[in-house]
Design a binder for this molecule. Structure first.
Ligand code: FES
Length: 92
C-alpha cells in the first residue's frame, strides 16, 4: 500500500530543450533544473519572492510547504518550492 506513486516524472524544460527525470530524492523543480544545466532565476528559495516564477505548459504539481505565496495564475509555478505530480512541460 504505497501512499505516494513511486514513479519518476519527465520534466521538459521547453525553451532550454532539455528534459530531466524527477524522482523523490530531488527537493524541487528548481534543483532539478539547475542539476540539468537549465538556467533558472531564483532568490529566496522559499516561495516568497516570486523570482523563480515560470509558466507551466503541461502537467500538474504541488507545493510541499504551506507557507508558499502561490501565484494567482493557474499556469504559473514557483519552481523553488514545487514538486511535480505528473510529467510536466515548463516554459523555461
Ligand atoms: S526563489 Fe523566491 S519564490 Fe522561488
Amino acid at each position: 500500500m504505497a501512499n505516494q506513486p513511486e514513479e519518476d516524472f519527465k520534466i521538459e524544460f521547453k525553451r532550454s530543450g532539455i528534459t530531466a527525470t524527477w524522482n523523490r530524492s530531488v527537493e524541487n523543480i528548481l534543483e532539478l533544473a539547475e542539476d540539468a544545466g537549465v538556467k533558472a532565476d531564483s532568490s529566496c528559495q522559499s516561495g516568497t519572492c516570486h523570482t523563480c516564477l515560470v509558466r507551466v505548459l503541461a502537467g500538474t504539481f504541488e507545493y510541499a510547504d504551506d507557507d508558499v505565496f502561490e501565484p494567482d495564475g493557474e499556469d504559473e509555478i514557483l519552481i523553488c518550492s514545487a514538486q511535480p505530480t505528473s510529467n510536466m512541460v515548463i516554459d523555461l
